[in-house]
Design a binder for this molecule. Structure first.
Ligand code: 16G
Length: 241
């Protein structure tokens, strides 16, 4: 992949060559790439040149380093449009990924004043509290904490929560999910979140709070989700007014 008489700098050729190997899946996500020394020897180039190429690829998110271990191929970020009100299961399937869910806890709690206001129920009313890790192709993507009124989502079980709540609400309960409001902010993984998402404590995450409502305007859910910032990015289409 290196042509020494090319006008293109050698570090750039190496960089492009590694990118191509990633795109053509000769190097797979999570795979350790050869060391600086190995690249240098293989192509008869200096380690400084290899270092520059690898650093650029780390900065651009193609590779990541693990101290004391080596340099690895990063997972491509999932790109999520922010327009449609979709469920996690739908989002992953539409990308050809297999969604799965680890239920961490599922219990009945009493609505606090804050949750009661958000869900339009009486303070103290029974709610389901559900904590789950959402995975795509078995990789943890997000950690969710969801509150939903027990009266509204009667019959909700842990077995259902392993699959799709939206599917249950729409196809079993026959309700129509209509509207959602979402707030997105940057944050860092706290201890439990880091464990659930298999990242280091303090790693960057995207924090999303969603409140969705039915076509009757009745609030359906209040959800706080923590997404791995290295696996997720959001896009939004805009029109100039
Ligand atoms: C998404 C929603 C969450 C919803 C869930 C339903 C965000 C930030 N959150 O994760 O509010 O409860 O989908 O997914 O997108 P399910 O139907 O697969 O259970």
């Amino acid at each position: 992949m290196i042509q020494k008489n090319s006008p293109l700098p050698i570090y750039y050729q190496l960089e492009e060559g590694i990118k191509e190997a990633i795109q053509q899946q000769q190097l797979m996500p999570g795979e350790m790439i050869p060391s600086e020394r190995e690249y240098a020897e293989k192509y008869g180039i200096s380690r400084m040149t290899v270092r520059q190429a690898l650093s650029n690829l780390v900065n651009d998110g193609y590779l990541y380093r693990q101290r004391g271990k080596g340099t690895f191929v990063a997972h491509q970020k999932i790109e999520q449009p922010l327009q449609g009100l979709t469920s996690f299961s739908e989002d992953m399937r539409s990308r050809g990924l297999v969604p799965s869910t680890r239920v961490i806890s599922f219990k009945e709690v009493e609505a606090t004043i804050d949750l009661a206001a958000k869900l339009d129920v009486k303070a103290g009313a029974p709610l389901f509290e559900l904590k789950r890790v959402r995975l795509a192709d078995e990789l943890p993507m997000a950690y969710e904490m969801l509150y939903i009124s027990k009266e509204l989502a009667h019959g909700l079980t842990e077995e259902i929560a392993v699959n799709s709540i939206y599917d249950y609400v729409e196809n079993k309960l026959g309700l129509k999910i209509q509207h959602g409001r979402q707030v997105l902010e940057a944050s860092f993984a706290r201890k439990t979140e880091a464990e659930m998402l298999e990242v280091a404590e303090g790693a960057p995450v995207l924090l999303i709070e969603r409140r969705s409502t039915l076509d009757t305007n009745k609030p359906l859910e209040v959800v706080r989700s923590v997404y791995r910032a290295d696996r997720y990015k959001f896009t939004i289409d805009m029109e100039r007014f």
